[in-house]
Design a protein around this ligand. Structure first.
Ligand SMILES: O=C(O)CCC(=O)C(=O)O
Ligand SMILES: [Fe+2]
Length: 300
């Protein structure tokens, strides 16, 4: 159902792999990938670091609460984000970090490039998470080049717009599905991702569901070291709808779960509109989607 790929095959870019990749991007919008340079053991350390952060007493997490800093870096408490206006705010908690432009650079004052808010605890958090951010971006870059080739474009077609990427790394923590949860309550409600490509590592616990062409929710799981890849709204615009931004959600189960998406978004000023349409500036689209979904950034 969800196509599976080996990273080495995408790096090699044989015609057969590229044709399968193109099919997966057009028809499903989701795939899994194994055998990347990020080993299962490495992913295990990253997941353990996020878990240690989420298990801190709340007053520790409050110190980096994004609702206090006003940006979208740091801790997002349960119900700080509402990705589906028809559902209740999500019951997950998150920790976000991302690309920071030097102070004073163009756009450096915007939420999409905000300075990171690293917690003092757990020890080593910033080191482990920022090294993972760097290495996960390198993997995402190879995948995006492969996808460009799969769509008949050269390597740099997307990649040349990613030298100051508004890439955001998130740790999602899903507690057990609460007793009070009703039909409008989700770990994360149905949504499409906003950017181009999402590289998602998980602890292997089930929970992610993807909307298939026949309107059924299909479970997808991946053990640490295997990654789930999906495509976002900007890439759907940019490819004239060839690549699908597929709806997905996490209802939650009786087990806690951690997932770590890297949202690989391009430079602020990239025009991601379909050819011949009015420009859609990537930074404006992302800023608009943040303002629609983060409760602390909602207008009015
Ligand atoms: O936790 C997951 O598996 C999916 C998370 C997700 O869709 C997101 O953070 O955008
Ligand atoms: Fe998502």
């Amino acid at each position: 159902m969800i196509p599976e790929f080996d990273f080495a095959d995408i790096e090699k870019g044989t015609p057969e792999t590229l044709s399968e990749l193109s099919k997966a991007a057009r028809e499903v919008g989701f795939l899994t990938i194994s055998n990347t340079p990020i080993t299962p053991a490495r992913m295990g350390l990253v997941l353990a670091m996020y878990r240690a952060f989420f298990e801190l007493p709340e007053d520790q997490k409050q110190r980096v609460n994004m609702a206090v800093t006003g940006a979208n870096r740091g801790w997002g408490a349960p119900k700080s984000e509402q990705v589906d206006p028809n559902a209740n705010p999500d019951y997950k908690e998150v920790y976000d970090s991302g690309f920071a432009l030097p102070e004073g650079a163009e756009f450096s004052d915007l939420a999409v490039y905000a300075p990171n808010r690293w917690p003092d605890l757990p020890e080593g958090f910033e080191t482990v998470i920022s090294a993972y951010y760097r290495d996960a971006m390198a993997v995402a870059r190879v995948l995006l080049r492969g996808l460009a080739n799969a769509l008949g474009q050269d390597d740099g077609y997307f990649d040349q717009h990613f030298d100051r990427p508004m890439a955001l790394l998130r740790g999602n923590y899903y507690p057990e599905r609460p007793d009070w949860a009703g039909e409008k309550d989700f770990g994360i409600a149905a949504h499409t991702d906003y950017g181009c490509l999402t590289l998602l590592g998980t602890d292997g616990v089930a929970g992610l569901e993807v909307l298939s062409g026949d309107d059924t929710w299909v479970p997808v799981s991946a053990k640490p070291g295997t990654f789930v890849i999906n495509f976002g709204e900007m890439l759907e615009f940019w490819t004239e709808g060839q690549v699908k931004a597929t709806l997905h959600r996490v209802k939650g189960t009786s087990e806690t779960r951690i997932s770590v998406p890297l949202f690989f978004n391009p430079n602020y000023e990239t025009n991601v509109a379909p050819k011949g349409s009015d420009p859609i500036i990537a930074g404006e689209h992302l800023g608009k989607r943040f303002a629609e979904t983060y409760l602390h950034m909602k207008a009015g």
